[in-house]
Design a protein around this ligand. Structure first.
Ligand SMILES: [Zn+2]
Length: 322
């Protein structure tokens, strides 16, 4: 399986959901093995952050990456679009601190990115789950099981008749992601939105970029895009956050009541539990265990062999550098 980037620069203009700030974002081609990097054009110097779980600085309302004074907020929907379309390497430039929320889903990103994928004839490194693992925090759970592909299940429970309990499962590929998940919008409760605004958040939020629910139901005149749009959107968030692993996952992830905080904690736990996964390349003959090969070759992989530290070696230098 080959890596992908984009054919040309693709720009999006919008506002940040929480900041309300206008922002222009441009997705640019990047070399194989460079991963996904964000660059703030409005800051002096080389304000670059790589899309890694080790750069997450806040998960309260969205997934924010930070390094020093450089912050990039609400990364999850663009990262989901890139991950869902198997795009591995891009430089994302933006001229403010929060990505544009667009219509509250990943559909506007997917619409343009899907037409502009470019294959890079370099093997894709993947994290293949070989043993189940569960992250648990009270009644919140994120489990991963071995599966020959990338499958995500979301189970959510809200004490509201419009949502109640919902579950959705998707076997993620280029087509299913675009058709079943990409257009599911983010959502919030009216009371919560009022509270957030009073605290300087959700300033860019409106019925144009979120599903808003009051006591009686959905306020948006157009209603829902899917009856289970809420569970589908949670899958979008899972896919976006898991892109921060640094390489695609081969396994079945089951997220129950989880949010950004638990997604990141789950990834860190997974990176530590090396007996649960292998780093592999897949060719026509099946999988090749890259990690074993590297360990044997170097005989010194260290105590914590994290995905982003692993080969191809030129990528190690670039990814750590940004
Ligand atoms: Zn979301």
């Amino acid at each position: 399986m080959w890596q992908h980037t984009v054919k040309k620069e693709i720009s999006f203009v919008g506002i940040g959901l929480h900041s309300g700030n206008p922002v222009k974002l441009t997705v640019k081609p990047a070399p194989a093995d460079s991963g996904i990097c964000f660059q703030r054009l409005d800051l002096a110097g080389d304000a670059v952050i790589n899309a890694s779980m080790h750069r997450v600085s806040d998960t309260a309302l969205a997934t924010t990456l930070g390094q020093g004074d450089v912050l990039v907020s609400t990364t999850e929907h663009l990262l989901a679009a890139l991950s869902g379309l198997d795009i591995d390497n891009v430089l994302v430039e933006l001229d403010n601190d929060e990505l544009p929320i667009m219509d509250g889903s990943a559909a506007p990103f997917v619409h343009l990115l899907k037409k502009n994928r470019k294959v890079q004839k370099v093997d894709r490194l993947m994290m293949k789950i070989t043993k189940s693992m569960t992250f648990q925090d009270g009644d919140i759970e994120v489990t991963v099981k071995p599966f020959d592909g990338f499958k995500v299940t979301s189970n959510i429970v809200f004490d509201h008749p419009v949502i109640d309990s919902q579950s959705y499962t998707v076997n993620v590929n280029f087509e299913t992601f675009a058709e079943e998940i990409a257009s599911a919008r983010t959502f919030g409760f009216l009371e919560q939105v009022e509270y957030l605004r009073a605290n300087g958040k959700a300033l860019g939020g409106s019925l144009d970029n979120a599903i808003v629910i009051d006591r009686d139901g959905v306020i948006n005149a157009e209603g829902l895009r899917f009856g289970d749009e809420f569970a589908r959107h949670k899958i979008l968030d899972v896919i976006g956050d898991l892109a921060l692993l640094g390489c695609p996952l081969l396994g079945h992830v089951i997220a129950t009541r989880a949010g950004h905080t638990q997604h990141v904690a789950f990834m860190k736990m997974l990176a530590e539990n090396q007996e649960c996964w292998q780093l592999v390349h897949r060719d026509e003959n099946g999988f090749e265990n890259v990690l074993d090969k590297v360990v044997m070759a170097t005989k010194a992989a260290g105590k914590k062999v994290l995905p982003f530290l692993l080969p191809p070696m030129p990528a190690t230098v670039q990814r750590v550098a940004c």
